[in-house]
Design a protein around this ligand. Structure first.
Ligand SMILES: O=C(O)CCC(=O)C(=O)O
Length: 343
């Protein structure tokens, strides 16, 4: 983002180092004090600048894979590929279509700390429930609060994978390995709070309207995530600034917004923070992919933490579950360790 409100690299580096150390010394007061001091300096610097700017994510119609890689992927810039999935055979991907085909099947919904709305987490713990797919779909369409996020459902119903243009993902990402697919279905008003993770992804919006807020990881100190060693980071900061006193400086950071219509595909770079609100009942697919350059250049410290300091799951566990583990119920414990799909 050219012309963005920037934080001096020294203050960012000081915060990043303290955040890294906190993963190894979670009870150290010295580390906590250093982190707080760095955060205050970042906020002070940002407050000397103008109010944060909100800009729309670019929309491109008919972008070639080569131009996508040159202009967006290699630079870590998000983009909406307008109607990118319009020609895919997704006609059966509707609430009625799913109800007819799979309505009687039992599915599992898992809510994880930091990426579920507060009211979905029962007494501060992760929470999962089994529900009949038909009943779940009914409540999504009727504005109920249950939200299916990061679901491995495509492994249960692998025939659905035939409806994607797998060549599209390979061409765009420049890889023919490392693709993972996860499903999202939520009702009107359902919400996923701010978080970021190592893999970049394409999000295919099949039904409904989704509203995204995107924030560069340049502002990690303002997002102020806890060092809990998950495979992802999360923040309780609210983009409507309703908890500015807890997240000072949030009004001075730049952010982007994207509104996705059915058929649109969003590219989201590694480590970019994002939150999502569904304006209407939605069905979407997240296709994660490996792009090493982006992972490291977008956030070296976070990549280092993910590879060497994360415990829930560790890199070894994540790889094991991604590559080998077949038992869904077990693998389902770890967010973002979706099975690699070869097509
Ligand atoms: O659609 C959503 O609610 C969240 C999507 C998301 O955060 C992701 O795919 O990483």
């Amino acid at each position: 983002m050219s012309g963005m409100n920037r934080v001096p690299w020294r203050d960012r580096a000081a915060f990043n180092l303290a955040f890294l150390l906190e993963h190894y010394f979670p009870n150290s007061d010295v580390v906590k004090r250093r982190r707080e001091a760095a955060r205050s300096r970042v906020v002070e610097q940002l407050r000397r600048r103008s109010a944060g700017k909100v800009t729309p994510v670019e929309r491109q119609d008919g972008l070639s894979a080569k131009d996508f890689r040159r202009k967006y992927l290699s630079k870590g810039i998000p983009v909406i590929l307008e109607n990118g999935a319009a020609g895919w055979p997704l006609a059966r991907w509707s609430f009625d279509g799913f109800r007819q085909r799979y309505g009687r099947e039992m599915i599992k919904l898992v809510q994880r700390r930091g990426v579920a709305a507060d009211e979905e987490i029962v007494s501060g713990r992760e929470f999962s429930e089994e529900i009949q797919f038909g009943a779940f779909l009914d409540q999504v369409q009727n504005g109920g609060g249950k939200y299916m996020r990061f679901s491995p459902l495509l492994e249960k119903f692998p025939e659905l994978l035939d409806d994607f243009d797998h060549g599209f993902f390979k061409r765009m990402s420049g890889n023919n390995w490392g693709l993972t697919y996860q499903l999202f279905m939520g009702g009107s008003g359902s919400f996923t709070p701010l978080h970021n993770a190592m893999s970049g992804f394409f999000f295919v919006n099949v039904c409904g309207v989704k509203r995204w807020e995107l924030i560069s990881n340049h502002y990690l100190a303002v997002m102020n995530p806890s060092a809990d060693g998950f495979g992802y980071n999360h923040s309780k900061a609210q983009v409507d600034l309703s908890n500015l006193e807890q997240f000072p400086g949030f009004d001075c950071i730049d952010r982007m917004q994207a509104v996705m219509q059915p058929g649109d595909i969003l590219y989201l770079p590694s480590w970019m923070w994002h939150s999502v609100k569904n304006d209407s009942p939605t069905i979407g697919i997240r296709c994660g992919f490996v792009y090493l350059k982006g992972m490291v250049t977008e956030a070296f410290t976070l990549s280092f933490i993910r590879l060497f300091a994360a415990r829930n799951p560790s890199t070894f566990q994540a790889l094991y579950y991604t590559l080998f583990k077949k038992n869904l119920a077990e693998r389902d414990k770890w967010l973002l360790t979706a099975k690699l799909i070869r097509r």
